[in-house]
Write a protein that binds this ligand. Structure first.
Ligand code: G3H
Ligand code: ZN
Length: 333
């Protein structure tokens, strides 16, 4: 099926809700992580959710978020063409400041879903902004994720020093009034490098919200941000409480650096001239007998090491989430 829209993505989330599993939502900013993810998800027959934050769009667009989003969306669409799984793209932590870009992404179907993050605003303002995005998406094929509560830590351009837990009563009112398709909740996780052993999870908040939404006839899939530091048993616990999208960014960033670091440490002698050799990168060492080794310095070789590492991590994480062997979109759309 390859790149899918919001309706297909909602089917995938409904499948997860019914089957008691979840999807990792994996942040990407460049091709190596994306290719590793695709390989891992194809190998384990899971549909794949990737996401792009405003910071990632800015990075990929040489400072221009609009350009970067278009580049990343096209890259994801092209790389996904022909793969035997569904591939979905979510805008992650987009704010009211990016409203024109959100509108463009919806109108041109650059994405499958959009997260509007107005969680730093007071309830009424959060509701108003989130509803505005839902109105933009109305009648189209793009889902909207809104957030209620606040996650501690730093995620790209979003930072919060404090966590505010989501109020279950407000959650029902919020989903009803905004019409959001997915609800991101705050139950104690943190963005960035956090330690599961120190995280105090209030999973009862998630199960309460899930039950209240179901009773109100609005079974919005629940989203949890800041899951990189959670222990496997905590992942199982939150899924059992109704979380069906778990956002991961920091873990891939770390694994990328670790794989690159190991590669360059092991191949240093093919890149850096030994003592006594004139350091003449400009002339590619043509005045000396020593030569650098293309197998060490070609960025594609280190890039491939990163891709393979990300593939392994993607498999580990999707198996934690339970989405392996569950691909709904293996065949033609
Ligand atoms: O939106 C992205 C995620 O919430 C990132 O969380 O820093 O734990 O990977 P993380
Ligand atoms: Zn997040």
């Amino acid at each position: 099926m390859a790149f899918g829209g919001g309706r297909a993505l909602l089917r995938a989330y409904r499948g997860a809700q019914a089957g008691g599993y979840a999807f990792m939502a994996n942040n990407v900013a460049e091709p190596n992580v994306l290719i590793g993810l695709l390989e891992g998800y194809v190998a384990r027959r899971s549909d794949l959710v990737v996401q792009v934050s405003p910071g990632a769009a800015k990075f990929a667009g040489r400072g221009d978020k609009r350009v970067g989003l278009r580049v990343l969306s096209a890259m994801i669409r092209e790389l996904a063409a022909g793969v035997p799984i569904g591939v979905f793209l979510n805008l992650d932590h987009f704010t009211v400041d990016e409203m024109p870009l959100i509108a463009e992404a919806i109108k041109e179907r650059l994405v499958s879903s959009v997260m509007i993050d107005a969680s730093k605003e007071a309830f009424d303002e959060n509701l108003r902004i989130s509803r505005e995005v839902v109105a933009l998406a109305e009648g189209g094929d793009v889902l909207v994720e809104a957030e209620l509560g606040r996650i501690k830590g730093v995620e790209d351009e979003i930072a919060s020093a404090e966590a505010f837990y989501t109020d279950p009563g407000e959650a029902v009112e919020f989903v009803r009034a905004t019409g959001a398709d997915l609800l991101a909740v705050s139950i104690g996780t943190q963005h960035g490098v956090s330690k599961g052993k120190d995280v105090v999870l209030r999973t009862e908040i998630a199960s309460d919200i899930r039950d209240r939404l179901a009773a109100a006839g609005m079974p919005a899939p629940l989203v949890l941000h800041g899951t990189s530091g959670l222990l496997p048993e905590q992942i199982r616990e939150v899924i059992a409480c109704g979380i069906c999208k778990l956002n991961k960014d920091t873990r891939y960033q770390y694994e990328y650096a670790r794989a690159a670091c190991a590669f360059y440490e092991a191949h240093r002698q093919g890149i850096v001239p030994p003592r006594g050799v004139v350091d003449d990168a400009r002339g590619l060492f043509s005045g000396s007998d020593w030569s650098p080794d293309k197998k060490a310095f070609d960025p594609r070789v280190a890039g491939r090491a990163v891709q393979v590492r990300i593939k392994d991590v993607a498999i580990e994480l999707l198996e934690q989430a339970g989405s392996g062997e569950e691909a709904l979109f293996g065949g033609e759309a």
